[in-house]
Ligand binder design. Structure first.
Ligand code: SF4
Ligand code: ZN
Length: 313
């Protein structure tokens, strides 16, 4: 008679607590936790993400993915005495939502003795996301937030003198981004999905060590390791096209396990065929690298501010 729950397919000794539909494995608590760390380590080495003495800025939002990555990178960093880890948090200024996440991020950094820099949209752009959302505008809030946060993360990584900027995009984020770009007809942006990033003038090299961890497994990892994370969704998320794509991919994954990996890997195969956007010039307002005369951040701030001129930051 088959024992229930069946034993772990990795160690063969302990009872399994998780069934991984896309691989057919059944894992016990300990082997599941190890499998997530091993997957992150493999991703780091496949893309040669860090050097033995890298100064790594990690974007910590206070959600399960970034706290999971912080936990794993602080363990890995212990093996490389010359490497440094600095947490950076961007406060977009969404009342009620970001406040809770911020205190969880601070607590996690304090517990691990990790230096932590918090930069807000207000500090950098003199505008919070709540103000952006309340203004007459052409786009949904997430479109502004994504562009401003990208700039803010790069700025924060530069301020702490980092040579790498690690973000905790998970597999679901990557598959959603791939489909989003296809549905918007914006194939050039697929190039930005490269998990290993690129060294470009004015930008800290961005890496995504969590990119092969499915969101569901990131949640389970957080519960099993036992850290508190923010689960409240941002009030502006519902408007985003990404939310529709998330629902679609989740339904597909249930019907056809492995769909998210297929979408993600197909996008990666397309990257070498994409020309990408060449960034040669500097923005005439803020001086940051841009392919246009005025960068996207300044264009957005000009559109949103009544003064019709960008804040110099
Ligand atoms: Fe920003 Fe949209 Fe995310 Fe909210 S859901 S934090 S507005 S990108
Ligand atoms: Zn600019």
């Amino acid at each position: 008679m088959t024992k229930f729950p069946p034993p772990c397919s990795k160690c063969g000794k302990r009872q399994s607590i998780y069934y991984r539909p896309y691989s057919g494995e059944r894992l016990c608590i300990s082997c599941f936790i190890d499998s997530i760390r091993e997957r992150v380590e493999k991703t780091i080495s496949r893309y040669d993400m860090f050097k033995f003495d890298s100064r790594i800025a990690i974007g910590v939002s206070g959600g399960k993915d970034s706290l999971g990555l912080l936990h794993i990178l602080s363990e890995i960093e212990g093996k490389y005495p010359k490497a440094e880890l600095i947490a950076i948090t961007i406060d977009e200024g969404v009342k009620g939502y970001r406040d809770e996440a911020l205190s969880l991020a601070m607590k996690a950094c304090q517990q691990r003795g990790i230096e932590h820099l918090v930069l807000s949209f207000e500090d950098l752009f003199h505008l919070s996301m709540d103000e952006v959302a309340s203004k007459p505008r052409e786009l949904i809030p997430c479109s502004y937030c994504g562009v401003l946060r990208r700039r803010a993360l790069n700025e924060a990584a530069r301020r702490v003198d980092a040579d790498r900027l690690a973000t905790a995009h998970n597999l679901d984020d990557m598959a959603q981004t791939a489909l989003l770009n296809v549905l918007r007809g914006d194939m050039n942006r697929l190039g930005m999905m490269n998990p290993g990033g690129k060294t470009l003038p004015g930008f800290v090299r961005r890496v995504k060590p969590y990119c092969e961890v499915p969101e569901r497994e990131s949640t389970l990892y957080a519960y099993l390791v036992g850290f508190e994370f923010q689960s409240l969704p941002c009030p502006y998320a519902a408007e985003a096209m990404r939310t529709d794509i998330r629902g679609f991919l989740n339904r597909m994954e249930v019907k056809r396990p492995g769909t998210k990996f297929i979408v993600y890997r197909t996008a990666l195969k397309l990257i070498p065929k994409i020309r990408g956007v060449e960034v040669r010039g500097r923005c005439s307002v803020c001086g940051e690298p841009t392919p246009n005369r005025i960068c996207r951040v300044c264009q957005m701030i000009m559109e949103l501010t009544e003064k019709g001129q960008s804040n110099k930051f």
